[in-house]
Ligand binder design. Structure first.
Ligand SMILES: Nc1ncnc2c1ncn2[C@@H]1O[C@H](COP(=O)(O)OP(=O)(O)O)[C@@H](O)[C@H]1O
Ligand SMILES: [Mg+2]
Length: 390
C-alpha cells in the first residue's frame, strides 16, 4: 500500500491500549527539560502537550529534568513553559526528587521532599518523554525507562541512539538503500589537523556543513563557504560534541515528513510533507534563530507544494527511514529534494519539535489528525506496546 493510503485509525481505536486495571484513567508522566542544549525547546514542547492532553482521559503528572539532571515535580500550567518575547523557559529545582520504580511490575513513582519520602505519587502507566538532544532523545533516557520497566512514547534505546548520531544514522540509512549526502567524520579526541581538513574541502567541495554529530536545533552547526573558516567551524561544533560530522552542502528544497507508528502491528504511516523556506537572507540556512526566535524569517509551508509523485517518493523514503532505524511511535524525516528530483535524506528526528506550531504536528494536522488527537494517538501507541524486548 502507498504511504498516503495508509488509514488513520478511526475514533474507536485512537486511544486506550492497555487501560490500567480498576477503571482508573491512565496516568501519563509528561517529562521535559533535560541536560542538553535543547532544554528550553523541550519545555516549550511540554507546554503544548500539557495544554492539549485530554485530562478527562488521562491523569497528568508533569516532571521536569533540570539542566544538571535532577528530576523534579514541575508546574503543569502550560503558560509557564511558553517561549515568549525571546524568553526561554527553564526547569528550576523545586527541591523535590522524583524516583522511578525499580523492578519489573512495580509502577509506583516516589517523591522525595526535603530529604524524606513523600506520599507515593502512584502508578505511572506511560512516560511521555519530550526531550530533545543528548540525555533525552539519544537512548540514554530510554534505557533508564527500560530498566524501570515503564512504557514510554517513542523510539527505544537503539533507534534513539542511531537517530541522534548523524554519523550512525547515515550509515544505517545508506545501508538500507536510502540516499544520503557525502560526509566525513572527526571522532572525539582526534585533532582537527589542517591537512585532513584541507583534504575534506578537496573531496567534498564547498559549501560544507559542519555539525556536532549528536545535537539538534541547529546548535553548533556552521555553513562554511570559505576553506579558511573550516577549523573555526569544527571548533564551534566541538563545543557541543567531541564528535563532528562534515557534510557536503546539498542544493535542493528542504522537505520534511512525519511518520507515525502503526497500530496493532500495522505499517507506519506517513503524513503529507511540509517545506521549510528560509526567507530572510540573514540566515544562510535553517539555524537556531530561524527555528525559534525569528519565525518571521521562515515559512513553514504545509503541506508542501510538490508533485504527487514527489510526495509519494518522500513518504516512501520517510517510512523506509523509520523502519531502517527501527523507530517506534513517531519520527520526522527531513530530506532534500534536489533540482533533478532526487530525494536525499538529511536526518531522522526521533523526538521532533512538538509544539502545536512545529512542523511535525502541523503536517499531521493537514493530513487529518489534530494536535490533541496526535497526542492521544502517541499515548495509545505507547500503552499498547509491551515493555521489555520487542
Ligand atoms: N548537507 C547540507 N546541505 C545543505 N544544507 C544543510 C545540510 N545539512 C544541514 N543543512 C541545513 O542546516 C539545517 C540544520 O541541519 P540538520 O542536519 O537538520 O541539524 P539539526 O539536527 O540541528 O536540525 C538544516 O535544516 C538545513 O537548513
Ligand atoms: Mg534538522
Amino acid at each position: 500500500m502507498d504511504a498516503t493510503e495508509m488509514p488513520l485509525p478511526d475514533d474507536g481505536t485512537r486511544s486506550g491500549g492497555d487501560a490500567p486495571a480498576g477503571g482508573r484513567r491512565p496516568r501519563v508522566m509528561v517529562l521535559f527539560g533535560g541536560r542538553s542544549g535543547e532544554h528550553a525547546i523541550s519545555c516549550a514542547t511540554a507546554g503544548g502537550v500539557l495544554r492539549a492532553i485530554d485530562r478527562t482521559r488521562y491523569d497528568v503528572v508533569a516532571v521536569g529534568i533540570t539542566r544538571t539532571g535532577q528530576w523534579v515535580l514541575a508546574d503543569d500550567d502550560p503558560e509557564r513553559w511558553a517561549i515568549r518575547d525571546g524568553h526561554l523557559p527553564e526547569v528550576e529545582d523545586t527541591a523535590t526528587r522524583v524516583l522511578l520504580p525499580q523492578g519489573t511490575g512495580e509502577h509506583d513513582v516516589q517523591v522525595v521532599r526535603d530529604g524524606r519520602l513523600d506520599a507515593p505519587l502512584g502508578a505511572v502507566d506511560v512516560v511521555f518523554p519530550l526531550l530533545h538532544g543528548p540525555f533525552g532523545e539519544d537512548g540514554t533516557l530510554q534505557g533508564l525507562l527500560e530498566l524501570a520497566d515503564l512504557r514510554y512514547v517513542g523510539s527505544g534505546v537503539l533507534a534513539s541512539a542511531v537517530g541522534m548520531d548523524k554519523h550512525m544514522m547515515k550509515l544505517v540509512l545508506a545501508g538500507s538503500g536510502l540516499t544520503v549526502g557525502p560526509f566525513r567524520v572527526l571522532p572525539g579526541g582526534r585533532p582537527a589537523d589542517d591537512a585532513l581538513l584541507a583534504s575534506w574541502v578537496e573531496e567534498l567541495g564547498l559549501p560544507l556543513f559542519v555539525k556536532p554529530a549528536r545535537a539538534g536545533s541547529s546548535l553548533g552547526i556552521s555553513r562554511v563557504d570559505d576553506a579558511a573558516d573550516l577549523a573555526a567551524a569544527v571548533a564551534a561544533a566541538r563545543e557541543h560534541d567531541p564528535k563532528v560530522i562534515v557534510e557536503a552542502g546539498l542544493a535542493g528544497r528542504e522537505i520534511e515528513c512525519g511518520v507515525l507508528g502503526g497500530r496493532g502491528g500495522a505499517a507506519p504511516r506517513a503524513s503529507l510533507p511540509g517545506e521549510i523556506v528560509v526567507t530572510d537572507a540573514r540566515h544562510s540556512f535553517y539555524d537556531f534563530e530561524a527555528k525559534y526566535l525569528d519565525e518571521a524569517g521562515v515559512t513553514l509551508s504545509c503541506p508542501a507544494d510538490l508533485d504527487p509523485d514527489v510526495v509519494a517518493r518522500v513518504q516512501d523514503a520517510a517510512v523506509r527511514a523509520f523502519e531502517a532505524v527501527g523507530c517506534e511511535g513517531l519520527a520526522r524525516v527531513d530530506v532534500f529534494v534536489t533540482p533533478d528530483g532526487e530525494v536525499v535524506v538529511n536526518e531522522i528526528n526521533t523526538m521532533p519539535g512538538f509544539t502545536p506550531y512545529s512542523m511535525y504536528p502541523r503536517m499531521w494536522q493537514v493530513t487529518g489528525l489534530e494536535y490533541a488527537d496526535l497526542v492521544d494517538e502517541l499515548v495509545g501507541l505507547a500503552l499498547e506496546r509491551p515493555t521489555g524486548l520487542r
